[in-house]
Design a protein around this ligand. Structure first.
Ligand SMILES: [Zn+2]
Length: 298
């Protein structure tokens, strides 16, 4: 059985955006806040059972407060601070075991922090910008223009042949034997479907059709939104690699992919004679797409 959606993709709290400009409400909410501390490098403190080690407002370090949202009467904020213990870790490490609400809050907290770090100056005039709207905008100190958090759309696609094979690739930075689905950023002026078709052709030189959306996943390292598709081979299946983007790519059968998934999950010793010996970890939307395909989706 596979889950219906990728990790981090559910709405687990109310963003309550109408409160972001209400200073009185924010000040009152802070007194009963649960605070998600995040480090500038995207680490958060976690407990032994993989819950976020939330702080009370009184125990939170000084720093910029950003309002994340509400769960019932509980107001969640995030504050950026350097790690103050040895229990700080990253979402990549604890995300799979994390509570869905915790993971959702951390994803937003990290995405905001990464955006603020990278957008200190106005793109129009170059003057300094300051945080406004409880952390959800930046406003230029010179011309008053408002700037909103960036999310960069990236398509990620499982290419299949309509029968028993899928095409997986290995990036130059990955270990031998470890493959994943293809992916790439959407370019200005391009639809998602066109980006899927272009990226597949650029990376492996094949045509696809029947491009079908499945699910999306925020990936705040630093600002991606991964948008997942299936795409079906159209025409010749022979591969022409882009050697900059891809170290290798190949078609694999369901049995080969299922074995690699098991070896990856169980951290088991793979069959050394196989070309495919490991695939994307469970945390990723890549793996979600692969699991859907293994379950028979087209
Ligand atoms: Zn400006």
């Amino acid at each position: 059985m596979t889950s219906a959606r990728p990790p981090f993709s559910d709405a687990t709290y109310d963003r309550a955006a109408l409160h972001r400009s209400d200073q009185d409400w924010l000040a009152e909410a802070w007194t009963r806040a649960r605070v998600v501390p995040v480090s500038p490098k995207s680490a958060v403190p976690v407990t032994a059972d993989c819950r976020v080690a939330f702080r009370d407002a009184a125990d939170a370090t000084d720093g910029v407060r950003r309002f994340l949202g509400l769960v019932g009467e509980v107001a969640y904020f995030t504050v950026t601070t350097e790690p103050d213990g040895d229990n700080w870790t990253t979402l990549r490490e604890f995300g799979l075991q994390a509570d869905e609400l915790d993971a959702g809050l951390v994803v937003s907290a990290i995405a905001l922090e990464q955006w603020h770090q990278r957008h200190t100056h106005c793109p129009r005039c170059g003057a300094l910008t300051v945080e406004t709207q409880a952390g959800w905008t930046r406003t230029c100190t010179n011309d008053g223009s408002e700037h909103f958090p960036r999310t960069d759309p990236a398509v990620i696609m499982l290419v299949h042949d309509g029968a028993d094979r899928t095409l997986l690739g290995r990036g130059p930075q990955w270990g031998e034997g470890r493959f994943s689905t293809l992916a790439g950023f959407v370019e200005p002026g391009e639809s998602l479907e066109a980006a899927v078709t272009r990226e597949v052709f650029e990376e492996v030189g094949i045509g696809v059709r029947d491009v079908r959306y499945l699910a999306s996943q925020p990936w705040p390292f630093p600002a991606s939104l991964m948008i997942g598709f299936f795409a079906r081979l159209d025409g010749d299946a022979s591969i022409t690699l882009d050697p900059v983007e891809m170290a290798e790519a190949a078609w694999f059968t369901r049995d080969e992919v299922a074995d690699a998934a098991r070896w990856t999950d169980e951290q088991a010793q793979p069959d050394p004679s196989r070309r495919l010996r490991g695939i994307s970890p469970k945390l990723s939307i890549s793996r979600f797409l692969i699991d859907q395909w293994l379950d028979g989706a087209r």
